[in-house]
Design a protein around this ligand. Structure first.
Ligand SMILES: Nc1ncnc2c1ncn2[C@@H]1O[C@H](COP(=O)(O)OP(=O)(O)OP(=O)(O)O)[C@@H](O)[C@H]1O
Ligand SMILES: Nc1ccn([C@@H]2O[C@H](COP(=O)(O)O)[C@@H](O)[C@H]2O)c(=O)n1
Length: 217
């Protein structure tokens, strides 16, 4: 018997905007599968770093993307500042993006666990990976607010990075992600913009559910 079409929710936005927190919670709320697509690029960047290479080396990045085993991603290692930076360097390479596009689309179309839908978060979900998603959100917050949230998070895990360093990282990453030619970060034309600068996690979730329920009705 063929499976009903999966309902896809696309959550895009810049670094540390809160899209992962929101997407994970939405997946629980709708009982959908969840995919953090940034973790794929982080894993590729981290694999190149771990092998002593440079993320700017296209051959090394492509080899790491082709060898990526999504079941063996080191969740701790990919969360470092360095892995985030390396991710945005390898993510600008069209061949790296092509190597992991199929996995993302397959996850969205055939969510694991027999779920009826999937929530994917990233930079190009609404524009490239799943342009036909049922609901699309582009989650933003000011660079200062995002840097403060990320600083709190990294401090909790023992990182010594200063808030000033983190805001610089975020601005660099935003620029690289928005200005690259391959699948640049941008809101899809039919995405709803959700600025969480002045919203708590709870308030952002409530606003997102209201938008998505309307889009799905
Ligand atoms: N509305 C909010 N108010 C306060 N803190 C928040 C809010 N949303 C998320 N956070 C916190 O901000 C940090 C970054 O959130 P999160 O990891 O969800 O962002 P992200 O956009 O997925 O980041 P990345 O681009 O690195 O994957 C986390 O520590 C999270 O708990
Ligand atoms: N769909 C995506 C998701 C991520 N990227 C790149 O990966 C970097 C890390 O992503 P986080 O969501 O964990 O911050 C990000 O800066 C992008 O360069 C992407 O290109 N497309």
């Amino acid at each position: 018997m063929s499976r009903a079409a999966s309902t896809i929710i696309a959550i895009d936005g810049p670094a540390a905007s809160g899209k992962g927190t929101l997407a994970r919670r939405l997946a629980r709320h709708y009982d959908f599968a969840y995919l953090d697509t940034g973790s794929l690029y982080r894993a590729v960047g981290q694999a190149v770093l771990a092998a002593g290479g440079s993320p700017a080396d296209e051959a090394a990045a492509l080899a790491a993307a082709e060898a990526l085993d999504v079941n063996r991603i080191d969740e701790m290692a990919i969360r470092s500042r360095e892995a985030g930076e390396a991710a945005s360097v390898v993510a600008a390479m069209p061949k790296v993006r092509a190597a992991i596009l199929h996995f993302q689309r397959d996850f969205a179309a055939n969510p694991p666990g027999g779920k009826a839908g999937a929530v994917l978060d990233g930079r190009d979900i609404g524009t490239v990976v799943c342009p036909d998603a049922r609901a699309k959100l582009f989650v933003t917050a000011s660079p200062e607010v995002r840097a403060h949230r990320r600083w709190l998070e990294l401090k909790g895990s023992g990182s010594a990075a200063s808030e000033a360093q983190i805001v610089d990282d975020i601005r660099d990453r935003d620029r690289r992600d928005a200005e690259r030619t391959a699948s640049p970060m941008k809101p899809a034309e039919d995405a709803y913009l959700l600025d969480t600068s002045n919203l708590s996690i709870e308030a952002a979730f409530g606003a997102a559910v209201a938008i998505i329920d309307k889009a799905m009705s």
